[in-house]
Design a protein around this ligand. Structure first.
Ligand code: PMV
Length: 344
């Protein structure tokens, strides 16, 4: 074993699912496969400084320079799950410093960017100390998954699949894989995130996943997700935006329909979410432009559109949709290439 101290540092993006991961088994194994666009501007930067410890593994966590005890439960669980992949941790003290590049309290889910950037830092340390030959990004995706399922996909850009499906060779429930074969219309595909609600949501994703265990539509949902992944793959390859839009919007509405029909039903979208959906549908009908929406487990709306329609659509967003956003706030992003190492 290398007797070293030092630091590792990564910047890693958030991602937006096109076919949604919703429901899991033990050990963060998804009940269905999912596919996502990796973002470019919504990132977490994480630096992990490490040194030899003679009292076993321990860590301190700082978020935007401040000790954040409220995150410790999630991070403790993460380290318990990953120790088998990163045995070098048993002899280390870590100082973890993390920050997001997107605004605080914007309601954007940060667990994908946070856990992927942390996992890349941790696995890099494992590689330095134990000098193993394993595939770095593959192992980082496995341990990211153990922090937050969707984080496994942020390891790769611009498109990633996580979960075993016959439609993607080499796909796995344990880690994500990159998708390289897609039409040029998806190069620099845009994602504008409309911040409808910046409050913490009432029901966590963890609870939502749990409710899928007993969901009356579980079997149909899982079958539909497999079918949608196959159909979406065809749209991505052919560049057929009509079918792309149909699947992406159906997935977004199905996610929320599942919440509304679970054993303890709940609703995460807000009146303004619905206003935006209706405006998008009217706009598409009037202009024939390829604007569509998707939703995460929250009230905010992701608007997806091709780069060559950017000018008209950005004007529409500013003039017709910004009024539905909290403090008129929205973030222009686009799909990106995935995480990058940093030297500070
Ligand atoms: O990774 P989690 O446990 O935060 O779950 C994410 C679930 C969705 O964002 C709703 C869908 C997805 O595939 O990202």
């Amino acid at each position: 074993m290398n007797n070293k101290s030092g630091f590792t540092s990564w910047i890693s993006p958030s991602n937006i699912a096109l076919v949604k991961y919703w429901g899991k088994k033990e050990n963060q194994i998804p009940i269905n496969p999912s596919i996502s666009f990796t973002l470019k501007n919504c990132n977490s930067k994480t630096k992990v400084s490490y040194s030899q410890s003679n009292k076993g593994f321990n860590y301190e966590f700082f978020f935007h320079g401040k000790k954040k005890k409220s995150f410790n439960k999630k991070i403790d669980t993460f380290f318990k799950r990953i120790i088998q992949y990163c045995p070098s941790l048993n002899h280390l003290s870590l100082k973890i410093e993390s920050e997001n590049t997107f605004p605080h309290s914007s309601g954007i889910a940060s667990s994908a960017s946070a856990f992927s950037s942390l996992s890349l830092c941790i696995y890099e340390i494992e590689k330095i100390i134990n000098e193993n030959e394993k595939d770095f990004f593959n192992q980082s995706s496995i341990i990211s998954r153990l922090g937050s399922g969707s984080a496994s996909r942020s390891i790769y850009g611009p498109v990633a699949v996580w979960g075993k499906t016959k439609h993607f060779e080499n796909s796995s429930d344990d880690y994500a894989i990159p998708v390289n074969n897609y039409h040029k219309i998806f190069n620099n595909y845009m994602d504008t995130i409309l911040i409808v609600d910046h409050e913490k949501k009432d029901v966590s994703s963890s609870h939502g996943h749990e409710l899928m265990n007993t969901h009356i539509f579980k079997v149909d949902r899982v079958n539909k997700a497999h079918e949608n992944i196959g159909d979406l793959k065809k749209s991505l390859i052919s560049g057929d935006l009509e079918s792309f839009i149909h699947i992406v919007e159906q997935e977004a509405l199905m996610l929320h329909a599942l919440m509304m029909t679970s054993k303890t039903p709940y609703i995460l979208f807000k009146p303004n979410t619905i206003q935006i959906v209706n405006e998008v549908w009217s706009f598409r009908k009037e202009t024939n432009l390829n604007l569509c929406f998707t939703l995460d487990a929250g009230a905010n709306v992701h608007l997806l559109y091709p780069k060559n329609e950017e000018i008209e659509i950005k004007t529409f967003i500013e003039q017709n949709l910004s009024k539905f956003c909290n403090n008129k706030k929205y973030i222009h992003d686009l799909i990106g290439d995935g995480p990058k190492p940093r030297n500070e």
